[in-house]
Design a protein around this ligand. Structure first.
Ligand SMILES: *[C@@H]1O[C@H](CO)[C@@H](O)[C@H](O)[C@H]1NC(C)=O
Ligand SMILES: *[C@@H]1O[C@H](CO)[C@@H](O)[C@H](O)[C@H]1NC(C)=O
Ligand SMILES: *[C@@H]1O[C@H](CO)[C@@H](O)[C@H](O)[C@H]1NC(C)=O
Ligand SMILES: *[C@@H]1O[C@H](CO)[C@@H](O)[C@H](O)[C@H]1NC(C)=O
Length: 357
């Protein structure tokens, strides 16, 4: 199974190599801007495990400083948010960029890279993630276009809860799903219907079998690579309640059936395998929204950088296992200047150490 997967990945890489000029070894000439930018955007998306994937719009600056044995490159990149949530397995290159009417989002990124012996590596980046037009500008251009609400807006979150409850009435699903993340919440006033809410959100499959009499919120997600995911868009009216919910399903990465007597592995809320297996309360069940969840300071780092959790390493790779359904804002908000509460920003990398106090 694993061999097959590696082979598939390899052949995909070969295809990419032959198609994209970007994967020739990078040299230290200014003409390498597009190839270096391509490498940087891959790196950024690999470390971006919340909100939506981003694509390159424009290389705005490219300076090369020659140093011993190679060079340091500084790129100024203009990225655009796509419609693919990070749980969507589609490569970001195939994802559609949001149009202006759909409240487009841009990220202005400064990326530092080092090239030595044809080997390029990203050493640092910082991005400023913003809506392309502010609400005020939008009102002038398009008074009827939706406005983005902060991700912790109570009415918006109520619409997400109702849509998730509706989703869990679908008896074609094998298990209940719970909220993984709210992607964005837009809103608009409609004559006769009052305020309408259009949330987008990601759900993750849990251990709880469909139809079991159980408090769904207490269900714990399947391990990240064994869970199906769903990405949903719904509409909700303050007067008439939930109007519609439409979801895309993404299959689990690991669909290997369990052998006789073998139990589904347990990973817990943080996507880590739980050493005690089945039984007992779901890990961290006590943490219901007050204060930051444990491990907040570890989020957003490269996955192998600082795993201060003892026990087996997280499954699923790429740090995608992190699971914080009750967190509205990414902890990297604390490192950003005036973050937009309606967006999932691209976090700086590497994430600076949070001062202990
Ligand atoms: C898939 O999941 C099963 C059950 O946990 C596990 O035994 C197997 O090693 C996994 N396969 C891969 C390729 O991770
Ligand atoms: C992007 O950020 C850089 C560095 O912070 C700044 O100099 C530049 O003006 C910004 N570009 C835009 C279009 O905001
Ligand atoms: C949303 O978060 C902001 C910033 O943390 C906070 O000031 C505000 O009170 C929150 N609003 C709600 C409805 O929780
Ligand atoms: C119910 O779930 C299945 C997948 O389990 C999906 O294909 C189908 O579209 C869902 N039906 C509705 C009405 O959402």
């Amino acid at each position: 199974m694993r061999t097959l997967r590696v082979l598939t990945l390899l052949s995909a890489a070969v295809l990419l190599c032959s198609a994209a000029p970007g994967l020739e070894p990078l040299t230290c000439s200014e003409g390498n801007g597009p190839a270096a930018a391509d490498k940087a955007v891959h790196h950024i998306n690999e470390h971006h495990n919340h909100g939506y994937k981003f694509r390159l719009h424009e290389v705005q600056g490219n300076s090369v400083e020659q140093v011993d044995g190679g060079c340091n490159v500084k790129l100024q990149l203009d990225l655009r948010e796509t419609k693919c949530h990070t749980i969507n397995p589609k490569p970001f290159e195939d994802c559609e960029i949001r149009g202006m009417g759909a409240r487009a989002v841009k990220a202005n990124c400064t990326v530092l890279m080092t090239i030595k012996d044809g080997d390029a590596s990203v050493t640092k980046y910082e991005c400023d993630t913003r809506q392309e037009k502010t609400n005020l500008e939008m009102v002038r251009i398009c008074p009827d276009c939706p406005v983005l609400l902060p991700l912790n807006n109570s009415e918006g979150l109520k619409s997400v809860r109702e849509a998730t409850a509706e989703f869990n009435k679908n008896t074609s699903n094998q298990h209940y799903y719970i909220l993984k993340e709210v992607g964005r919440i837009s809103t608009g006033y409609i004559m006769g219907l009052g305020m309408n809410y259009y949330p987008e959100f990601a759900l993750v499959e849990t251990h709880c079998p469909m139809g079991s009499r159980i408090i769904i919120e207490a269900c714990i997600p399947l391990c990240p690579n064994r869970a199906r995911h769903a990405f949903c868009r719904s509409s909700y009216s303050s007067q008439n309640g939930l109007l519609s919910t439409e979801c895309d399903f993404y299959p689990a990465e690991n669909t290997t059936l369990l052998g006789p007597g073998e139990k589904e592995p347990v990973c817990g809320r943080h996507g880590r395998r739980h050493p005690h297996g089945h039984g007992g309360p779901p890990p961290h069940a006590h943490n219901h929204g007050h204060g930051p969840p444990p491990d907040a300071s570890n989020e957003g780092r490269p996955p192998h950088a600082h795993n201060h959790n003892h026990g087996p390493p997280p499954t699923g790779g790429k740090g995608k296992g992190s699971f914080h359904p009750l967190r509205r804002f990414h902890p990297c908000h604390g490192f950003l200047v005036n973050p937009d509460p309606a967006l999932h920003p691209i976090c700086p990398w590497p994430l600076p150490h949070r001062p202990h106090n």
